[in-house]
Design a protein around this ligand. Structure first.
Ligand code: ADP
Length: 264
């Protein structure tokens, strides 16, 4: 009698210097993945965790801008890289090592080698958690990442449009097939509160929450479209870091509290 082959086991390399690794992913670019990665990281810091942020979005690195990082990271042995430190967070981004436009011309293997450098050669030290800002989508790069790196949990960010949601389902499947625990889904920019105090549902309502339910995943919360969040990102000082009492920061803090329980 023929036997079913066992599920494929992936040998996953841990990122050293940290207790946990959480990945922030999205199906598409421009849905606010980087903004959420950075603000969530500092919300976790407010809860007492020592944080690292790894911007693995090689095609569109945004950490240098989001944290106003200008220095080049140093190396003591020409092999390993010392992460930069900002607001108490250790930080690394391809955008710090090369010209931001260069990876646009890279093919898959070069992207994968860049990811290996950032996950295996950065001297993270004494971190409780590293938040990884992933490249958007579910292509080869993302797949290599989740197959080869040990990850404690993934969060999927989306806007509630139908098109984005279709891709979110693909993202859920990618994590499930590769054995990465999905901590939950975040709905970004669906709500806008006007000066009149009214809430406007710009992209429709409840789509991300519905998708979470459909796939039996946790829904972590709604981040409204908010000008202060956008301005703080443009100024290189994340809102959760500079204004932890802001109403938007409080939403990030409540999400941080929820996920902290699932990976610590
Ligand atoms: P991604 O990483 O998915 O490409 P970004 O985080 O770079 O997206 O966000 C794209 C743009 O949208 C940025 O200008 C960012 O400041 C803005 N943005 C993201 N989320 C919000 C939000 N909730 N409110 C206001 N602006 C936002």
């Amino acid at each position: 009698m023929s036997q079913k082959p066992p599920p494929k086991q992936f040998t996953k390399a841990p990122i050293t210097g940290t207790k946990s690794v959480i990945m922030i992913s999205s199906a598409k670019g421009g849905v606010g993945k980087s903004t959420i990665a950075v603000n969530l990281a500092f919300a976790l810091q407010k809860l007492g965790l020592k944080i690292g942020i790894l911007d693995a979005d090689v095609y569109g690195p945004s950490l240098p801008k989001l944290l106003n990082l200008k220095e080049k990271p140093k190396s003591e042995d020409n092999k390993s890289i010392i992460p930069l430190e900002k607001f108490g967070a250790q930080c690394m981004s391809m955008g710090l090592l090369i010209d931001e436009q260069t990876p646009m011309m890279w093919r898959g293997p070069m992207v994968i080698s860049a990811i290996k450098t950032m996950t295996q050669k950065v001297l993270w030290k004494d971190r409780d958690v590293i938040i990884i800002d992933m490249p958007p989508g579910t292509g080869d790069t993302q797949l290599t990442f989740v197959q080869e790196i040990k990850i404690d949990g993934a969060i999927i960010v989306s806007t509630p449009q139908d098109l984005a949601l279709l891709d979110v389902k693909r993202g859920i499947q990618m994590f499930e097939k590769t054995g990465v625990k999905i901590l939950g889904l975040i709905d970004n920019m669906s709500i806008f509160k006007g000066n009149d105090g009214q809430e406007y549902k710009i992209f429709g309502e409840g789509g991300v929450k519905k998708t979470a339910k459909e796939f039996n995943k946790d829904f972590l919360g709604y981040i409204p479209l908010n000008q202060d969040l956008r301005i703080s990102a443009d100024n290189g000082e994340p809102l959760t870091c500079s204004k932890p009492d802001h109403e938007i920061s409080k939403i990030f803090l409540s999400i941080a509290e929820k996920i902290k329980l699932s990976f610590q």
